[in-house]
Design a protein around this ligand. Structure first.
Ligand code: GLN
Length: 254
């Protein structure tokens, strides 16, 4: 079996180790004997996107988002929308997530156009949301708690055409007010969670791989289970620690 993964905008959009999402996907494929072809595509590069099963993009500063926004407007965005409409999988974190909505209005008032893949818009707020996040997400037939780290001033709001990735249990998520985190359209996922997200949440990584294999083979392909006991124990410990800290902060327990 094989998959083609495209890592978009690696040089500008890779904060808090977001590249770890790509490394996790590749390693989890390798452990299962799935060949991965990795294509890196930066601003201005024009390699074709029609054979990609899974796109990954990270977060970045407002100034790096300007170049990415322009590149998305210049054909890449249309190609991404076409790929996602054909069932390709996409994971976009924070800065790139913001540009997949309709627009991002930065702190200096500049409006960076998005591609409208998500029915969403983002406006820079006066405070930054920084800290650990726990999000309840439905993956196939079960609920899981994802853990990650957020650092953004942009506040994202979803319109009726896009559903959130999950509900925030601790942290701010999309905007700190409506309890939503991330966005989902077909197999495209936007999220504010760095961490990086996928090494901390192997079940979400496998969810993306299952969808990507379905895209490649147009059928359900069984994914061999891996021994994730260490990863899952680390996540459980992190969730317990974040909850404990939350309780201390809110004064429930000193
Ligand atoms: N510059 C954006 C914001 O602060 C994105 C930051 C990020 O990608 N972490 O909202």
């Amino acid at each position: 079996m094989r998959l083609t993964i495209c890592y978009l905008y690696a040089s500008g959009m890779n904060i808090y180790g977001d590249r770890g999402n790509v490394l996790t996907l590749i390693q989890r494929c390798r452990w299962r004997g799935i060949d991965v072809r990795l294509i890196e595509r930066g601003v201005g590069e024009r390699s074709p996107l029609n054979d990609i099963d899974l796109f990954v993009a990270g977060g970045g500063q407002d100034r790096d988002q300007i170049a990415v926004s322009r590149d998305l407007q210049d054909g890449t965005g249309a190609a991404l929308i076409e790929a996602v409409e054909n069932g390709a999988v996409l994971l976009a974190i924070c800065g790139t997530y913001q540009l997949l909505g309709q627009y991002f209005r930065t702190g200096s008032g500049e409006v960076l156009p998005g591609i409208g893949m998500f029915d969403a818009w983002t406006v820079a707020g006066s405070r930054r949301f920084i800290g650990d996040v726990i999000v309840r997400v439905r993956l196939e037939d079960r609920e899981v708690e994802l853990v990650g780290f957020e650092n953004h001033s942009g506040q994202t709001f979803l319109g009726p055409g896009t559903r959130p990735l999950g509900q925030v249990l601790i942290g701010a998520g999309n905007n700190g007010t409506d309890g939503c985190e991330g966005a989902v359209h077909r197999n495209a996922f936007g999220s504010y969670l760095h961490g990086p997200l996928l090494p901390k949440n192997p079940d979400f990584a496998d969810h993306l791989l299952r969808l990507a294999l379905r895209h490649r083979y147009r059928d359900d392909v069984p994914l061999a289970p891996l021994d994730d006991r260490i990863e899952l124990a680390a996540r459980a410990a992190m969730i317990a620690r974040i909850r404990q800290r939350g309780r201390v902060r809110s004064g429930v327990r000193a």
